[in-house]
Ligand binder design. Sequence first.
Ligand code: GDP
Ligand code: MN
Length: 383
Amino acid sequence: MVKLAEWQGKAVFRNYGIPLPKGTLATSADQAEVALTAGEIGLPCVVKAQVLSGGRGKGGAVRFAATAEQLREAVDGILALEFKGEKVREVLIEEKVALARELYVSIALDRSLRLPVLIVSAQGGVEIENVAEGGIVRIPVHPLPGLVAYEKRQAANALGLSGGPAKALGPLLDRLWSAFQHEDAELVEINPLAVVGDGLVALDAKVIIEDDAAFRHPEYAEVRDDRTPLEEVAREKGIAFVQLGGNIGVIANGAGLTMATLDVLAEFGGRPGVFLDLGGTDDPAKVTEAFLLMADAKPAAVFLNIFGGVTRCDSVARGLVQAMKTVPEAERFPLVARIRGNNEAEGVAILREAGIASTPDLKESVKATVAAAAASASQGGKA
Ligand code: GDP
Ligand code: MN
């Protein structure tokens, strides 16, 4: 997921002409004061932590300042925060607008409808999570014509707008739609969209770019800082590799089998630490690369759960054995294998020759993995 911070989302919105408050980024109180003196920001202003988690308003990560001194205090205070586990490295400082109402507007991909939906609520702001379902209106949008006039009127009604703000809504929604479509977003959200005088201003921005479209948007390549260094290496090699909190590694093929394997492991008391989806590959070189990556993650034990469909068990097994040899002795981990399906007998034989037993039963193999991880954790301290 390419999730943009507020200031990055606002930069996108600015490109599409969505009205925003004037503001600037700062990484220190000194920098904020310089911006104030230079007239880049004015007073009163709002200081906002640039973190990826939401709920900043309620969590003390959005503060107001009416004087230069209060601005310094707010910047220092927020930069000292660790917000929901994320260190605050920069703040966005914006002019404080005098708002009459706070609205919620977003366009998201609805996977069950298989359509984008325009979602609006007249009760926007920090309490949006607590708004009853009846207070939220969803308008499915056909992607070819995009937002049409009556849908925009429907949104204006749902938001209880009339006069100037109602007139401003149409063009704003067109711009938001344009951003959603051209940036290949899965979400563009404005909460709150503030009614200010006769117009509308986006006070917050949440933009998520569809991962599968990332290749079309090299401009967001730098944004992705939610990957671990190993995940980054995996991505470059085109391997689906995700690190989690536990100590057991899972190598499976196909997203369905991989997810199911994680569930079964958890059910038997195992804590998945990293999973790797080989997908449809049985290319020994690719399997070797995947295996070495797994070794780098230093799991206490690894469960290899392969179903041979298009992928043949024997080629996966061959790649695996080849890979095992390249992992230095000290970095080897206990491996439990379950390899079933196409060319199963050959695959099992290749593994057996290399000293790896394949357990056909899922529960048995999961239990063996959990036990192996516990044993290796108690020996080597890999927890
Ligand atoms: P979030 O809580 O992380 O979503 O942070 P927001 O950017 O949405 O800010 C939280 C709340 O701060 C908003 O819902 C507003 O109530 C308030 N707020 C933010 N900017 C302004 C502003 O310029 N003027 C006023 N009056 N309130 C603001
Ligand atoms: Mn918000």
